[in-house]
Design a protein around this ligand. Structure first.
Ligand code: PLP
Length: 473
């Protein structure tokens, strides 16, 4: 399998080349040159596989530069009951007939990002050892990505993590999760500023090519193809649990921000998994809902990005969206480049409403969308508890709210759970008056010793911190 850029660069790359790279050299995102097809007969065979074997089968379609035995071992090491809490790894819970929640948040940091990041940690360690190289991962987080990355990379040889976060802006639980990691290869840097300041620092450091090369700077952000690919697996797992035969169709509803999670659903659908609808659920930051309704993609400035009670979806520019647009434009790299590199960069938006392609977004690609507000979120958390006895987190609630508007008799709807309620306790209390349960492994986490360094929003300061701590691994 070769990988190509969404902006037209066709120089062939193999999986392990793009594993450690960020953007393609032309600024585009990597995608496989074609989507491998999975037939009903194959799905029938996959029905009986444990999750780690299913992961191996799906990943094998995309990775041909890691020996099979090694890839199988990496999957087996990653997707264990010990790490993910259940034998099913991504268990389905039935709310009512035809309406399910797929549990993706029982990993080390209680959010779905662990599903991909745990695999990424093991892939990085494997590939760096094979090459005799090391990597310094620099990232910015507003909460879930940073902790998922740190729990995936802690103690791994060859990898060091420098994670910036806005000082005092994350929930107490999120801060405790990250800052209580005392591993030598984990560095938490809190920045006096907001998330965008952290993101700007990461961008500035990464665009200093000589620093980037000499310090071996890498990233784990959601544009990484390996993360997306790992997420494709749980669409298959959800489908196989919700159906008895491989001709049935199901729909998925996905709480969305950067369009990574639902883009994995798009990939699964392109591979032939019988998905009817992909329901994109947004919060008040409804850039994506606006596109799927009106064909206009208009990114928002920071000042126009609302702070909401589903904060991990407070995103005004969906970094993975370009992958879907590339497919929508018939995989025309030049057209995609015009949209993202010309229109978006100069005017902050593009408009596909008059394009014939836009008419196929719902019909050929199955995309529909909706928005959920703070009031919707509270009401959905409350009613899901009252009607089905299940406590869900605010992001998952956005998914349930929008999914409920698109139920079709005879087509099971699977909402992807993106975090556990304990991560967002304040909103759960507001909705229900109840304190969400805390998994035993996190009890008392707020009282553990913590380590982080506080810095001003200064690129040079962060660079010299990295220089000082990026010694031999
Ligand atoms: C990251 C995240 C999302 C958004 O996922 P995308 O892949 O960025 O669309 C939604 N909910 C939670 C809890 C998250 O951590």
């Amino acid at each position: 399998m070769q990988y190509i850029s969404t902006r037209g660069d066709q120089s062939p790359k193999r999986f392990c080349d793009i594993l450690l790279a960020g953007l393609a050299p032309d600024g585009g995102l990597y995608l496989p040159e074609h989507y491998p097809q999975v037939t009903a007969a194959t799905l029938d065979v996959w029905r009986s596989l444990p999750y780690s074997e299913l992961a191996f089968e799906v990943l094998s379609l995309y990775i041909d530069d890691i020996p099979s035995a090694d890839l199988r071992a990496l999957c087996a090491k990653t997707y264990t009951q010990e790490v993910f809490g259940t034998e099913a790894i991504a268990p389905l819970t039935k709310l009512k007939d035809g309406f399910y929640i797929e549990g993706l948040s029982n990993g080390p940091t209680l959010a779905f990002k662990d599903m991909a990041m745990q695999l990424l940690g093991n892939l990085f360690e494997y590939e760096l050892a094979r090459r005799g190289e090391t990597l310094n991962i620099l990232g910015a987080t507003s909460g879930d990505t940073g902790s998922a990355a740190e729990y995936a990379m802690r103690g791994k040889s060859g990898v060091r993590v420098f994670m910036t976060s806005p000082h005092d802006r994350m929930s107490p639980f999120q801060q405790a999760q990250m800052f209580s990691l005392l591993d030598d290869n984990i560095h938490n840097i809190t920045i006096d500023g907001v998330f965008d300041d952290c993101q700007d620092i990461v961008k500035a450091v990464s665009s200093d090519l000589s620093f980037k090369t000499s310090m071996r700077i890498g990233t784990v952000n959601s544009i990484n193809w390996a993360r997306l690919m790992a997420q494709v697996v749980y669409y298959f797992a959800g489908y196989l649990q919700a159906t008895q035969t491989s001709d049935q169709r199901v729909s998925f509803a996905v709480p969305s921000g950067n369009f990574g999670n639902v883009c994995a659903g798009h990939v699964a659908r392109m591979m032939g998994l019988p998905i009817d609808k992909l329901v994109v659920a947004t919060n008040e930051n409804n850039v994506l809902d606006e596109f799927f309704r009106a064909g206009v993609y208009r990114v928002r400035a920071s000042a126009e990005t609302f702070e909401t009670s589903s904060p991990s979806m407070d995103i005004s520019k969906a970094s993975n969206f370009e992958r879907f647009v590339f497919d929508l434009m018939g995989r025309d790299g030049a057209a995609t480049k015009r949209l993202f590199d010309d229109s978006l960069r100069t005017t902050g938006s593009f408009d596909l409403s008059a394009e014939p392609a836009f008419a196929s977004v719902a019909t050929d690609y199955g995309f529909i969308s909706g928005t959920s507000t703070h009031a919707n979120r509270l009401a959905t958390i409350k009613s899901t508890l009252a009607d089905y006895g299940m406590l869900i987190d605010p992001h998952t609630a956005d998914g349930v709210k929008v999914a409920a508007e698109h139920l079709i008799p005879g087509v099971p709807m699977i909402v992807l759970e993106t975090a556990l309620p304990i991560k967002f306790a304040q909103t759960i209390v507001e909705a229900t008056g109840l304190q969400p349960p805390c998994p035993a492994k996190f009890e008392g986490i707020e009282n553990l010793p913590k380590r982080s360094v506080r810095m001003s929003a200064d690129v040079e300061g962060v660079k010299s911190f990295i220089r000082k701590h990026a010694g031999a691994l």
